[in-house]
Design a protein around this ligand. Structure first.
Ligand code: NAD
Ligand code: UDP
Length: 312
């Protein structure tokens, strides 16, 4: 059945892909964004659709009075250089944005979905990370505006649920990549691909032996929609691809796929950069009808490389 859906951060990487998918499934979409790290061009192809509405708004302010069935809260800069550029604004977005979504959920009865993050586990001492792990987070470092902001976001979700009965869903997203990432976003997959395509040096931070697990965007969004549209669990639920790679392995794959002459260069590791990260997806498998990522890194990189070649 068609639903009225508000997507905050809808002009960003994940938000624009989610807006397109849910619009194509016959829903009415209110795509809300302040264009801090997102772009109107990400949703330009949707603007003529009668069921698509772009709303320019900052989630740190109370949300417009929209009568909706579901709210996906994705508004928040996600790339470390961008969320560290104005850390106070990032914390305000992470916390006030969730409060404003939950207030609208309380008023309308809409189900509220929060895009949380594997950063709630910080620099994890448990590997892989299950949802039951409470994390190892520095509260006063350069990543804290984002990590602690997202942790308080989860707290608010569960307090509104317990105190006001708001219907909630919380996903913890592990590093995701794909089309509509900003080429200048600063995250590792986009940086390496763009550098390789331009024949520039590949910037490895630290010794490159830190690990991440990379999920292709379509797999992640399938997890979002399954979590949002089931009635059994609130989460938090990890969604990510358990394939784990060092940054050196990622760089070598990208260089080989692009056929680039780029050389590896080594740069200081930013503060509090997690050493390892890999999702335990047992709960997603159990509660989201056997959800598992289908796209392996090699296949996803091919698609991402094709995208970045077309836009730079
Ligand atoms: P993105 O930067 O491309 O998108 C974020 C969007 O939110 C942008 O369009 C931006 O303009 C908008 N925004 C930021 N602050 C806002 C504000 N105050 N008011 C209104 N809009 C605002 O990043 P993304 O990768 O698409 O991430 C989307 C969400 O998913 C974020 O909440 C992020 O924390 C979460 N997440 C993403 C990943 C990932 O790997 N992509 C991992 C973990 C969590
Ligand atoms: N990284 C890197 N070179 C880059 C960008 C990032 O080596 O040009 C490293 C970064 O230090 C981190 C990993 O890649 O260890 C993932 O970084 P990203 O910013 O994509 O995500 P996050 O650290 O938030 O997981």
């Amino acid at each position: 059945m068609s639903k009225r859906i508000l997507i905050t951060g809808g002009a960003g990487f994940l938000g624009s892909n989610l807006s397109e998918r849910l619009l194509n499934e016959g829903n009415k979409i209110y795509c809300l964004d302040n264009f801090y790290t997102g772009f109107k061009k990400n949703v330009e192809h949707l603007l003529d659709h009668s069921d698509f509405e772009l709303v320019e708004h900052d989630v740190i302010n109370p949300l417009p009075d929209l009568d909706v069935d579901q709210i996906y809260n994705l508004a928040c800069p996600a790339s470390p250089p961008h969320y560290q550029q104005d850390p106070i604004f990032t914390t305000k977005t992470a916390i006030l944005g969730v409060i404003n979504c939950l207030e609208l959920g309380k008023k309308t009865g809409a189900r509220v979905f929060q895009a949380s993050t594997s950063e709630v586990y910080g620099d994890p001492l448990v590997h892989p990370q299950p949802e039951s792990y409470w994390g190892s987070v520095n509260p006063i470092g350069i990543r804290s505006c984002y990590d602690e902001g997202k942790r308080v976001g989860e707290t608010l979700m569960f307090d509104y649920h317990r105190q006001h009965g708001v219907d909630i869903r919380v996903v913890r997203i592990f590093n995701t990549y794909g089309p509509r990432m900003n080429p200048e976003d600063g995250r590792v997959v986009s940086n390496f691909i763009v550098q390789a395509l331009k024949g520039e040096d590949i910037t490895i931070y630290g010794d490159g032996k830190q690990t991440r697990s990379f999920c292709y965007v379509d797999d992640l969004l399938e997890g979002f929609v399954r979590l949002m549209n089931q009635d059994e669990v609130t989460g938090p639920i990890n969604c990510g691809n358990p394939g784990e790679f060092t940054m050196l392995e990622l760089a070598e794959k990208v260089i080989a796929k692009v056929g680039s002459e780029s050389k590896l260069t080594f740069h200081p590791l930013p503060g509090d950069d997690p050493k390892q990260r890999k999702p335990d997806i047992t709960l997603a498998d159990k509660h989201l009808s056997g959800w598992k990522p289908a796209v392996k890194l090699d296949e996803g990189l091919d698609k991402a490389i094709a995208y970045f070649s077309s836009v730079i």
